[in-house]
Design a binder for this molecule. Structure first.
Ligand code: FEO
Length: 172
């Protein structure tokens, strides 16, 4: 059975992942309304991925005889002044999530909970990708600036993103 302090911390992480999902859904809706169908698509896929992250943690807590407790999800922003502002907010948020995952891992080490450490490995790797992707988009958007054709092509590129089930859920 999982320790009470880890159970509490994982429940906080589940809430954070669901909040992330809500944030990216809000970004998706904002950009759909603003005429950026590709960026809206990218954030819609991100919305699904964040729900998957919450599901992976919920499945894990259940498997360790912990109790999942779903708390209220706080409100999110609904406006971003540009795609660059949204991806800067994304990077900022993902850096906070990375810090939370690292804290969880530190707690698992302190508890000598090897199963939780193993479960967190997938998330540690995932966070590298989450930050790297956001940083790449920020760099591209800085280069594009106000160039309309550049923004059009950027939006087109993000329209190509499709959803795939993450490995920890693939066999469920
Ligand atoms: Fe669930 Fe974007 O980290």
């Amino acid at each position: 059975m999982i320790s009470k302090n880890l159970e509490k911390a994982i429940n906080a992480q589940i809430n954070a992942e669901l909040w992330s999902a809500y944030l990216y859904l809000s970004m998706s809706m904002h950009f759909a309304h603003a005429g950026y169908a590709g960026i809206a698509n990218w954030f819609a896929v991100q919305f699904k991925e964040e729900q998957d992250h919450a599901t992976i943690f919920m499945n894990y807590l259940n498997s360790r005889d912990g109790k999942v407790v779903l708390e209220p999800i706080a409100g999110v922003d609904t406006e971003w002044e540009s795609p660059l502002a949204a991806f800067a907010a994304t990077l900022n948020h993902e850096q906070k999530v990375t810090a939370m995952i690292n804290e969880l891992n530190a707690l698992a080490i302190e508890n000598k909970d090897y199963a939780t450490q193993a479960n967190l490995q997938w998330f540690i790797t995932e966070q590298i990708e989450e930050e790297e992707t956001a940083r790449g988009f920020i760099d591209a958007l800085k280069m594009i600036g106000d160039n309309g054709y550049g923004l059009y092509m950027f939006d087109k590129e993000l329209a190509a993103r499709t959803y795939t089930t993450p490995a920890p859920l693939a066999n469920n």
